[in-house]
Design a protein around this ligand. Structure first.
Ligand code: SAM
Ligand code: SF4
Ligand code: F3S
Length: 441
């Protein structure tokens, strides 16, 4: 086994896991291949949050099956949330897969590879490592894909059990990493040239609360973690995601307002605008409480960008409920929104609810969400024209003519001027689309 090919799907947590998979495989002496046909080991790091994610993967696994038929010595491994959700049934569905493990078992990847090579002999049974208890892959080293930015996992798992969501099943219970471990990881990243970190967790606002529940009364909470990271010298920017509205505290709003390195962006998934639907989703807030938090944020933090996730067609959602999601979008004036069609997931409460909404109705509703989200995003970007914005330059722009970076509000900016990647510059914003700013350094 000399080379590996890795393809990853899903959220940023999974992207970060992919960086750790690379580090683990490279520590085993494997080299990266950019195409599946030239690799000895194929790894697919999967997501299963919606049916569309499963379908996308099936296409890629079709390619893997064909390559395996061409060369039976190739090893196909599947990691991430899908095999964790399906466990042994996964191998019945994809019999050509040589081994699989769930996200809580990432550290066992070298062991899995060795076992898979052995089991690939005639008569072997593919190994599967699936967790049912809390394991933490947070301390594994990552092979970073980006020179100036890094993901830092501050928590794993989720214990919120939103009724539509499969994540608590596949990622296990909420667990926070220790503050000192995180700070020392960030110091190491800064020494390696990183200027911006993004703290990752399904609900970062609950950071440390699990430790307190387990008896570590003095454990730091999320605002305290932000304060400790703001004090790391040489670190220019701190981002975080995802924030759960029910745990967005005044302490966090204060931290955002006061700490220079903490970027003015909060991704705060609202999911819906009807209190009846929010209750059925088990979200733990009302639309009014959500808006109160957004207004408090906007009042305390100038230029803060508030982005969100929204689901169309949750079971029982009436046209009137749906109209309240549109109303909430306008009232919150979202700077950007990710919109999803409700997808029933096996083992979740919402999959069993009566009143499942017809596919065409869900489609038509999500289209209306998209139109409004684009209108709001364009308004939000246009307000920057004629103003100055701070950009961390990441690399060449897509058209190759200039450079591309991101503002503190997490908006992509195409920048002209004599600047280098890695620089943090002020730009004069000269133009805007619903997704991108344009400007001169
Ligand atoms: N932990 C985050 C939170 O609390 O919102 C995000 C978790 S999930 C990876 C990202 C988004 O996927 C959710 O915010 C939700 O909008 C969407 N999502 C999750 N399950 C879904 C489902 N069954 N159908 C449609 N969208 C779903
Ligand atoms: Fe899923 Fe809710 Fe947990 Fe987010 S907070 S991961 S939506 S269960
Ligand atoms: Fe998908 Fe797993 Fe993330 S299901 S959204 S990759 S936590």
């Amino acid at each position: 086994m000399r080379t590996y090919y890795l393809r990853s799907f899903g959220c940023q947590m999974n992207e970060h896991d992919a960086e750790r998979i690379r580090a683990l495989l490279e520590a085993e002496g494997l080299e990266r291949a950019d195409q599946p046909d030239s690799a000895d080991v194929l790894v697919y790091n999967t997501c299963t949050v919606r049916k569309s994610a499963d379908e996308r993967l099936a296409g890629h696994l079709g390619t893997a099956a064909r390559l395996k038929r061409e060369d039976a010595g190739r090893i196909v491994l599947v990691t991430g949330c899908l095999p964790q959700a399906e466990q042994d049934a996964f191998f019945r569905r994809f019999p050509f897969v040589d081994g699989a493990l769930g996200p809580q078992n990432l550290h066992r990847l070298p062991e899995l590879l060795a076992a898979a090579v052995e089991a690939a002999q005639p008569g072997g049974r593919p190994p599967g490592f699936f967790a049912d208890g809390p394991l933490m892959s947070g301390d594994l080293t990552a092979r970073r894909e980006r020179p100036y930015q890094a993901w830092v996992q501050i928590m794993s798992g989720c214990t919120n059990f939103c009724s539509y969501c499969i994540v608590p099943q596949v990622r296990g219970p909420e667990r926070s990493r220790g503050l000192d471990t995180i700070v020392s990881e960030v110091r190491g990243l800064v020494a390696d040239g990183v200027r911006e970190v993004t703290l990752l967790g399904q609900n970062v606002n609950a950071y440390g609360l699990d430790q307190r529940r387990r008896g570590r009364g003095g454990a730091a909470d999320f605002p305290a973690l932000l304060r400790a990271l703001d004090a790391v010298s040489g670190l220019a920017r701190v981002r975080f995601m995802t924030s759960h509205p029910k745990d967005l505290s005044h302490g966090l709003i204060r931290a955002l307002a006061e700490l220079p390195s903490v970027c003015e962006h909060v991704h705060l998934p609202a999911q819906a605008g009807s209190d009846r639907v929010l209750a059925a989703m088990n979200r733990g807030y009302t639309a009014a409480a959500y808006l109160e938090r957004v207004h408090a944020l906007r009042a305390a933090v100038p230029d803060v960008s508030v982005t969100t996730d929204l689901i169309a067609g949750f079971p029982g959602e009436s046209e009137d409920d749906f109209a309240q999601t549109l109303e909430l979008m306008r009232a919150a004036a979202f700077d950007a929104a990710f919109t999803f069609v409700f997808s029933p997931r096996r083992g979740t409460a919402a999959a069993e609810l009566p009143g499942q909404v017809a596919a065409e109705v869900k489609r038509e509703r999500v289209e209306r969400l998209i139109v409004l989200a684009q209108e709001l995003a364009l308004g939000s970007r246009r307000r920057w024209v004629g103003r100055r914005a701070e950009v961390l330059v990441e690399g060449p722009s897509r058209d190759g003519k200039g450079l591309r970076g991101r503002t503190r509000q997490n908006v992509t900016a195409n920048v002209s001027g004599a600047i280098e990647p890695g620089a943090i510059v002020e730009i004069e914003v000269t133009g805007a689309t619903s997704t991108t700013l344009r400007g001169r350094a």
